[in-house]
Design a protein around this ligand. Structure first.
Ligand SMILES: Cc1cc2nc3c(=O)[nH]c(=O)nc-3n(C[C@H](O)[C@H](O)[C@H](O)COP(=O)(O)OP(=O)(O)OC[C@H]3O[C@@H](n4cnc5c(N)ncnc54)[C@H](O)[C@@H]3O)c2cc1C
Length: 296
C-alpha cells in the first residue's frame, strides 16, 4: 500500500519547524526533510507532542505519573501450573489492597505472562520511566496481604519497576500541519487493555480522512475533523482506565472492597470500548471534513 521508497527505517527526529503550509523535519543523522504535514506516532515520550502542545498548553506536554508501577515476569507454564494451578491456564486478574496481579498464557500456552502492579501515593522521582531495584525490594512491595503463591511467581521477574505514566489531558491532537497519533496523543494506563487498540482506531480514522484530502491546504481540516472524532474517545479511555485501576486495588471511593459491585462494574465497563461503531466514526469524520472544507 505504501510505496517502498517512501518508507525509511532507523531515523530519529531531532526537531521540527512549522511554517504555514509545511513542516521542516531535522533528523539526528543531519538529514533535513520538508513535508506537507507530520503525523507523530512516536509514543509517550516522543518529540511531536511538544510541537503540537508546547506553545499553547506547555503543562500538558510531559506525561504524568499515574501512581503505580509494574514488574513483569514470564514463567514456564509447567511451573505456573504447579504454583497457581488451573488459574495459570487462563487470563486472570487478582485484586488486592494497593496491588493487583494479572496473568495470561502466551507462546501457545507454553508460558504464563505476569504483570504485578504496585500502587503508591509517592511521586515518581527517578529520572527515567524504569528503575532497577533489588529482588528483595521487589518482593517487599508485595509482603503484606498478598497470597504467597502469587509472590512466588516473581521468582522469574526482572526486578525492574516500570512506572505507568499517562496523558490524562490532551487539549488538542493537532497544531496546523502537525498531528498526534497513538500514545503520543493518549498514552493510558493498561487497566482496560486498550492502549494499542486506540492507536489502531486513530490510524483508521485519520487514514480515512486523509484519503479525502484533495489539496494540501485541506490538511488542517482533516486533522481538525480527526481531532473532533477521536479525542473524546481516546481521552475517555485514559480517564476510565485510571478509574479501573482504583477498582483493581480496592481504592475506588464508591466501590471499595465490595466485590459484587466491582464484578458488576467490570462486566459492563468495557462494552463501550469493544462495541463501538467504527463505521459510524468514518462517516462522521468524512462529513465533518467536507463541512470544514465547504466553510473555508
Ligand atoms: C504494561 C503495559 C501493558 C499493556 N497492555 C496492553 C494491552 O493489553 N492491550 C493494548 O491494546 N495496549 C496495551 N498497552 C498499551 C500499548 O502497548 C501502547 O498503547 C502502544 O504500544 C502504543 O503504540 P504507539 O505506536 O503509539 O507507541 P510506541 O509503541 O511507544 O511506539 C513509538 C515509536 O516511536 C519511536 N520514536 C520515539 N521517539 C522518536 C523520535 N524522536 N524519532 C523517531 N522515532 C521515535 C519509538 O522508538 C517507537 O518505535 C500496554 C502498555 C503497558 C505499559
Amino acid at each position: 500500500m505504501i510505496p517502498r521508497e517512501n518508507v525509511r527505517f532507523s531515523k530519529r527526529v531531532k526537531s521540527m519547524q512549522q511554517g504555514e503550509d509545511k513542516v521542516i523535519i531535522t533528523f539526528e543523522d543531519g538529514e533535513v526533510v520538508t513535508a506537507a504535514a507530520v503525523v507523530g506516532s512516536d509514543g509517550i515520550k516522543g518529540p511531536t507532542r511538544k510541537y503540537v502542545l508546547g506553545d499553547r498548553y506547555p503543562e500538558e506536554v510531559s506525561p504524568t505519573y499515574s501512581g503505580k508501577y509494574v514488574y513483569r515476569s514470564i514463567i514456564p507454564m509447567k511451573d505456573a501450573l504447579e504454583i497457581i494451578g488451573e488459574h495459570a491456564g487462563d487470563s486472570k486478574t487478582f485484586l488486592g489492597h494497593d496491588v493487583n496481579f494479572i496473568t495470561f498464557p502466551i507462546s501457545r500456552g507454553t508460558q504464563c505472562n505476569l504483570v504485578a502492579f504496585k500502587y503508591s501515593d509517592k511521586p515518581w522521582t527517578h529520572h527515567q520511566l524504569t528503575k532497577r531495584v533489588t529482588k528483595e525490594e521487589m518482593v517487599a512491595d508485595f509482603s503484606e496481604g498478598v497470597d504467597k503463591r502469587l509472590v512466588k511467581l516473581l521468582d522469574w521477574a526482572d526486578p525492574l519497576q516500570w512506572s505507568l505514566h499517562h496523558h490524562m489531558n490532551t487539549p488538542t491532537y493537532y497544531n496546523n500541519r502537525i498531528c498526534l497519533l497513538g500514545d503520543s496523543a493518549h498514552a493510558t494506563t493498561p487497566h482496560q487493555a486498550s492502549g494499542a487498540g486506540q492507536c489502531i482506531e486513530d490510524a483508521l480514522v485519520l487514514s480515512h480522512v486523509l484519503g479525502k484530502v484533495a489539496d494540501h491546504k485541506q490538511l488542517p481540516f482533516a486533522f481538525e475533523a480527526y481531532d473532533a472524532i477521536r479525542r473524546p474517545r481516546g481521552q475517555k479511555v485514559v480517564r476510565t482506565s485510571q478509574e479501573a485501576g482504583q477498582l483493581y486495588s480496592f481504592s475506588h471511593p464508591e466501590f471499595g472492597e465490595d466485590m459484587d459491585k466491582i464484578v458488576d462494574n467490570f462486566n459492563q465497563r468495557f462494552l463501550w470500548i469493544w462495541e463501538h461503531d467504527l463505521e459510524g466514526d468514518l462517516m462522521q469524520v468524512e462529513k465533518l471534513f467536507s463541512k470544514l472544507c465547504d466553510a473555508a
